[in-house]
Design a protein around this ligand. Structure first.
Ligand SMILES: O=C(O)C(=O)C[C@]1(C(=O)O)C=C[C@@H](O)C=C1
Length: 387
């Protein structure tokens, strides 16, 4: 039985980006990513710097003050040792030939465990309490990979994982689409009419909105679907059911009261496969590339940013915006539009092209002309299978 990883078993995550500039100044960031990195300095920027390497002795502070004259400057660092290796071991399971250890969030029976098995057949799936524990488990060489949900066809994006992708230094090396078929589970002998509440992961509850509303059940959010099933079984609850998989029902000895209770039969969750090192992008099969960037303020800037792909016939499959954290609310005094405040955003974009494709490289070169920050999260084979 694999041991579960909780946040408390791992020391706190290093900060990926740390700035030393005064918060009142507009900032752009310089990211020294091991494989893809480029940054443009904002002309309005004052001195700033970025920490790469988590603050340890491998960290690199880049004082960009001297680079201020050259507002278009590019840095490319190729460093194979992206992440520190553990003191106890210098070999991963991959190099030792043992089973690949793959972190997922939840307990056995969670959909994420099944997705990890689909992504890496024969792997040893390692349960983690929270998403960030899974990221850290890979970073600290406790496991080799993580498989984490990023979006669902009914419930939408899993925002937490977008934020963690940026905070951590892992690379997207693949994706896997998994058909999620929810069941309503309860202890044996409990009838559906006796249920007053239902426990599950918030995404799963959202995916079964119509069914649960029809049954008049009060929703209670927990960390994962299988955890909900385990809780209902462990406490022998009579008034509560769980939304979870049929696998969870058999693991925790629950009865399946209803099957396929998701609002749409096509309920697919897309999971990302994460690793310490990126894969070498190819052009031998369909590839997808995921990037994150931020932009200067100004009319039509997002339009221009997206046009770099349209101009080259590159199809976008996903765009997500997230607040740029640690960036103070900028006063609109900056540009003289009264006293209202506004936010800065990060844009996460997935597009259908490989970083090995010149067309994609040109698009990103074009994008960096007006991006204040740009990072390639990964270039990886598309999952074209039927989920
Ligand atoms: O709780 C689980 O079983 C999970 O694997 C998590 C999760 C999610 O985070 O979206 C994964 C797939 C389903 O969409 C519902 C829940």
């Amino acid at each position: 039985m694999a041991t579960s990883i909780s946040r408390s078993s791992i020391s706190p995550s290093p900060q990926y980006i740390r700035t030393r500039s005064s918060p009142s100044y507009r900032r752009t960031y310089l990211i020294l990513d091991s494989h893809y990195c480029w940054k443009r300095l904002s002309r309005s920027s004052r001195c700033f710097s970025v920490l790469h390497g988590g603050g340890g002795k491998n960290s690199r502070f880049v004082d960009t003050q001297s680079a201020m004259e050259d507002s278009h400057f590019e840095v490319v660092i190729k460093d194979p040792n992206t992440l520190p290796r553990p003191l106890s071991s210098t070999k991963s399971s991959v190099s030792t030939g043992s089973r690949l250890r793959v972190a997922y969030q939840g307990v056995p029976g969670a959909y994420s465990e099944a997705a990890a098995g689909k992504a890496y057949p024969k792997c040893e799936a390692v349960p983690c309490e929270q998403f960030d524990a899974a990221f850290e488990a890979v970073e600290r060489w406790i496991v080799d990979r993580a498989v984490l949900p990023i979006e669902n066809s009914l419930g939408g994006s899993i925002h937490r994982n977008y934020d963690l992708l940026l905070r951590h230094r892992l690379h997207i090396v693949g994706e896997v689409k998994f058909a999620v078929r929810h069941c309503l589970l309860a202890n044996h002998g409990v009838q559906i009419e006796e249920l007053k509440r239902v426990l599950s992961h918030p995404q799963a509850l959202a995916q079964c909105e119509n069914t649960l509303t029809g049954l008049g059940l009060v929703r209670e959010a927990v960390d994962d679907t299988a955890g909900a099933a385990k809780h209902v079984a462990f406490h022998k609850l009579k008034d509560a059911g769980a939304v979870a998989s049929s696998v969870a029902a058999s693991i925790y000895g629950l009865n399946i009261l209803a099957e396929d209770i998701q609002d749409d039969s096509d309920n697919v969750t897309r999971f990302l496969m994460l690793a310490r090192e990126p894969i070498i992008p190819g052009i031998d099969r369909p590839f997808k590339t995921s990037i994150v960037f931020s932009l200067e303020e100004g009319p039509g800037i997002l339009f221009k940013a997206l046009a770099v792909f349209a101009l080259r016939q590159i199809n976008l499959t996903k765009i997500e915006s997230r607040p740029l954290r640690n960036q103070p609310l900028r006063s609109s005094d900056d540009n003289g539009y009264g006293s209202s405040k506004y936010f800065d955003y990060l844009f996460y974009v997935d597009f259908e092209a490989s970083m090995a494709d010149q067309n994609a490289q040109n698009a990103l070169r074009h994008l960096k002309e007006f991006a204040t920050f740009l990072r390639v999260l990964g270039s990886y084979p598309m999952d074209t299978s039927m989920p």
